[in-house]
Design a protein around this ligand. Structure first.
Ligand SMILES: Nc1nc2c(ncn2[C@@H]2O[C@H](COP(=O)(O)OP(=O)(O)O)[C@@H](O)[C@H]2O)c(=O)[nH]1
Ligand SMILES: [Mg+2]
Length: 307
């Protein structure tokens, strides 16, 4: 399977991502192999509120990169997936013209069971793309919750997409995503109020980035492709000047998640093996009859496992 992934075979890439997403049998073994042969891609995070034009923009970015012969993997990450089948479908339609291109792989990632799980699955999918020889990986996320901030931190460069009249978004974003933006994209620059919003973004940047290189604000009309060249020039400039320590940080964050997750799983298995169902039910019964409480019992279980 690893050989087929390395040859860029889309089916094997899809299979591998499903395997790590579902944490299926052999996922750990596969990821060990993937890690040993991955090569660094440029990972671009594209984040912003729903409807700001992230997918339309991604489609343009794909077009530019394909013109240079680059191979690309795209992850459309949607943490609220039970309710947003339509959004992901929209993403796919937006990038449809590239879906027959064998060197462009588009994949949606859905929510995971626990916080950080989505980030881990996304990180693993990026590693699979890197093993498959992709030069660029685009990660589209809706930038709202904590999980999304974690996901977008996997990127080497983060593009925050805003639209005219996004004053409220700017307030909402300030808390998390704004600080980690490398480039601000003011998309839908063909809509009224673009200049005013640009001023608001600049004003915010003046206040909010002490001791940091101020990110560029680039106006685009994704539906027409205007401004995309300037955006790609800035992406190119930043990815060249980006030092190795950045990449190291991204990889270490991913490795940290994997290590925690794998360890958590092993410990969980120990618990289920070490505490038989009958003993567990007895504990539940004791708590139910108020003879004890979950905290005390948890301590007892841990003590039992330590022995
Ligand atoms: N007027 C205008 N509409 C745009 C622009 N970019 C995207 N759109 C439209 O905005 C809608 C949402 O775009 P989409 O890419 O799906 O946004 P996403 O939810 O952020 O991925 C679509 O109907 C696009 O055609 C733009 O620059 N100008
Ligand atoms: Mg989208």
């Amino acid at each position: 399977m690893l050989k087929r992934i390395q040859s860029g075979d889309p089916r094997s890439i899809a299979k591998a991502i499903s395997l790590v997403e579902n944490n299926g049998a052999g996922a750990q073994r596969l990821m060990k192999a993937v890690f040993s042969c991955r090569k660094d891609a440029v990972v671009l995070g594209i984040t912003g509120a729903p409807g700001t034009g992230k997918s339309t923009l991604a489609d343009q970015v794909i077009g530019c990169l394909r013109a240079e012969g680059k191979k690309i993997g795209i992850l459309a990450v949607d943490p609220s997936s039970p309710f947003s089948g339509g959004a992901i479908l929209g993403d796919r339609i937006r990038m449809m013209r590239h879906s027959v291109d064998a060197d462009v792989f588009i994949r949606s990632m859905a929510t995971r069971g626990h916080l950080g799980g989505l980030a881990k699955a996304t990180g693993e999918a990026i590693a699979i793309f890197e093993a498959a020889g992709k030069d660029y990986v685009l990660v589209e996320t809706v930038g709202v919750g904590q999980d999304e901030v974690e996901v977008v931190k996997l990127a080497d460069l983060i593009l925050v997409v805003l639209t005219p009249g996004a004053g409220d978004d700017i307030q909402a974003f300030k808390a998390g995503i704004m600080e980690i933006a490398d480039i601000f994209v003011l998309n839908k620059a063909d809509s009224p109020g673009a200049e005013e919003t640009e001023r608001q973004i600049q004003a915010m940047l003046e206040l909010g980035f002490p001791g940091r290189v101020r990110p560029a604000v680039i106006k685009t009309v994704a539906t027409k492709g205007s401004g995309v060249e300037a955006l790609m020039a800035e992406v190119g400039r930043l990815s060249v000047s980006r030092d190795q320590s950045y990449l190291e940080k991204r990889l270490k964050r991913l490795i940290g998640w994997m290590l925690r997750d794998v360890t958590r799983e092993k410990i969980f298995r120990l618990i289920t093996q070490g505490v038989p169902d009958s003993a567990f039910e007895a504990y539940v019964d004791d708590i139910f009859h108020r003879r004890t409480d979950p905290y005390t019992v948890a301590d007892q279980i841990v003590a039992r496992l330590k022995k």
